[in-house]
Design a protein around this ligand. Structure first.
Ligand SMILES: [Zn+2]
Length: 255
């Protein structure tokens, strides 16, 4: 893989691929220095020493945690900062590379666990960032829940942000009132003021279910090759090589 390929090398640990958004043991969530702060429209949750352009995203205070990818991966935990980064920029949740510009129709692939064979449907909300087709194929082969209990995939044309997930705190005592993944839409102007975001949540619209990931991976490889500039080097014809010609990918999740 080259530095210009939208498909990045997947990180491995003890022979197992580790998704980009997976949390590592050297990324523990420290105590959060929460405070009630006066913002536009009244009081709300914030940090005592808040630096808004670092701590606030989409206007919401975001959990503080390290981003080091060190120690051991904890496959059942997601790093809330990499999740936001991947979701807002439509980066692949497996390799961390951009998914925008990897298909001729400019749609984006999403993958979900589906124990009952339930397809992904339009209007569904998700905290799971998109995937490249070749990365999805790797995931369904290597990720035990997907491999053992089934999966669903879909090409998605439109991914508006819906809200965040995170614990909600009491406006006066700052006692944590809910679990860590309470979903709150941006339209809920009351509760959104008291949530500490740990995930960005989007809505999937213009959804077409996908069952043949192999065909999709071949299509993706061809699209990337077609959009790439000539690349020198012996491995230039590998799947995923090329240079995306997409516009700013962050714009899509914000539409
Ligand atoms: Zn990928």
């Amino acid at each position: 893989m080259t530095g210009t390929s939208p498909i990045r090398p997947v990180q491995y640990w003890n022979g197992t691929p580790v998704p980009f958004i997976t949390a590592w043991t050297k990324e523990p969530t420290p105590p959060q220095s929460l405070a009630v702060i006066e913002g536009r429209g009244g009081p709300g949750l914030g940090f005592r020493d808040e630096v808004s352009h670092i701590d606030r995203h989409y206007g919401i205070p975001w959990v503080r945690m390290p981003v080091t990818r060190g120690g051991r991966p904890d496959f059942v935990v997601v790093n809330g900062l990499r999740q936001r980064q991947a979701m807002s920029r439509l980066l692949c949740q497996v390799c961390g590379g951009p998914t925008v510009g990897t298909r001729p129709d400019d749609r984006t692939l999403f993958l979900a666990g589906s124990s009952g064979g339930r397809p992904i449907t339009a209007g569904e909300r998700t905290m799971s960032p998109p995937v490249h087709a070749v990365c999805a194929r790797l995931a369904v082969q290597e990720c035990p829940p997907l491999r053992d209990h089934g999966w669903a995939a879909a090409l998605v044309g439109y991914t508006p942000v819906w809200g965040v997930a995170g614990p909600i705190f009491h406006p006066h005592t700052l006692e944590q009132l809910t679990n860590d993944l309470c979903r709150v839409p941006f339209s809920d102007t009351r509760r959104i003021r008291w949530v500490l975001a740990t995930r960005l949540v989007i809505t999937l619209e213009d959804v077409t279910p996908v069952t043949d990931l192999d065909a999709l991976a071949d299509e993706e490889t061809e699209a990337i090759r077609a959009s790439s500039r000539p690349v020198s080097g012996s491995d230039a014809d590998r799947a995923g090589h090329g240079q995306t010609t997409s516009a700013d990918p962050s714009a899509r999740a914000r539409r």
